[in-house]
Design a protein around this ligand. Structure first.
Ligand SMILES: NC(=O)c1ccc[n+]([C@@H]2O[C@H](COP(=O)([O-])OP(=O)(O)OC[C@H]3O[C@@H](n4cnc5c(N)ncnc54)[C@H](OP(=O)(O)O)[C@@H]3O)[C@@H](O)[C@H]2O)c1
Length: 250
């Protein structure tokens, strides 16, 4: 079957990509001042660990790692055992994204060495290369100013055996993956709060798309209410036609 859109590939040689995010009822993933980075329930955190336990690797953006205490671990002993039963490594491979290579050396993720860390950067990071190589196990430098996630995901698939990749945000990284048509599944926890704030991040910021026809299209696969939170799973529509003219509201 042909891809629905020229920029949407059909995943021949790349991992299945999931994004998992918690958002408020007004679509925010943090407060405008970025001081609140975590607001889901314990059930939401459990859901995150469950998803991690299905993934070979976790992908995360530089600002998220700097603004949270995330170390991208396996979630503890029961999840470690779950990973082993599935034939996965004890801990997920960690793949961090910082095109400019300016990710803070004090981010907590660097202090935990339970699994390899690959840093994805671009030619803009060259001045920081020595420092980055001292922090990360591997630094992959892409030519150009921004990462081409198609080739990066293919390399993760081919060289590191990554078959399922869980992206944990944030907004700019999600947007780059969505615009590239590389997100297969979106797990959204909608929390019953409102943050407001025009600069508060949403699940996909960055450049966005210029037209409706280029919008990533998903269908609702499942939904469940647990203790006031809505856990929704969306699947990318690979066989849909690009969105054309929509009926006008009267
Ligand atoms: N509620 C939730 O579930 C949740 C989950 C995750 C994060 N968050 C929140 O989201 C916020 C962070 O999101 P964010 O959008 O500011 O940052 P982000 O997506 O975590 O990181 C952005 C950085 O990643 C690098 N990057 C992303 N796409 C790239 C590309 N195509 N090419 C090269 N580099 C790229 C760039 O690093 P360089 O600048 O170094 O080039 C960019 O500045 C935080 O407040 C965090 O708490 C919330």
């Amino acid at each position: 079957m042909k891809p629905a859109h020229p920029s949407f590939d059909t995943r021949p040689n790349r991992p299945f990509v999931l994004i998992n995010m918690a958002m408020t009822a007004d679509g925010k993933i943090a407060t405008a001042n970025r001081s609140v980075t975590s607001f889901g329930s314990p059930r939401d955190l459990h859901h995150l660990y469950e998803l991690r336990a299905t993934a070979d690797a976790i992908l995360c953006g530089a600002r998220t790692l700097e603004q949270s205490h995330a170390t991208l671990g396996n979630g503890g002993e029961s999840f470690r055992r779950r990973r082993l039963r599935k034939g996965l490594a004890e801990y997920p491979l960690r793949v961090l994204v910082s095109g400019s290579g300016t990710i803070s050396p004090t981010a907590e993720v660097w202090a935990q060495r339970f699994s390899p860390i690959i840093l994805l950067a671009t030619s803009r990071a060259k001045p920081h290369l020595t420092a980055l190589r001292a922090l990360a196990d591997e630094v992959w430098i892409a030519s150009g100013q921004t990462l081409n996630f198609h080739s990066t995901l293919e390399r993760l698939y081919r060289d590191r055996g990554v078959r399922r990749l869980l992206c944990e945000g944030g907004a700019e990284l999600n947007d780059a993956l969505l615009r590239a048509g590389l997100v297969d599944e979106l797990h959204l926890t909608i929390c019953p709060r409102l943050f407001g704030g025009r600069t508060a991040p949403t699940i996909a910021d960055g450049e966005g798309v210029p037209q409706l026809a280029r919008a990533a299209q998903f269908t609702l696969k499942s939904r469940r209410w647990v203790d006031g939170e809505l856990f929704a799973v969306f699947r990318r529509q690979v066989d849909s036609k690009p969105v054309g003219q929509r009926p006008q509201r009267r």
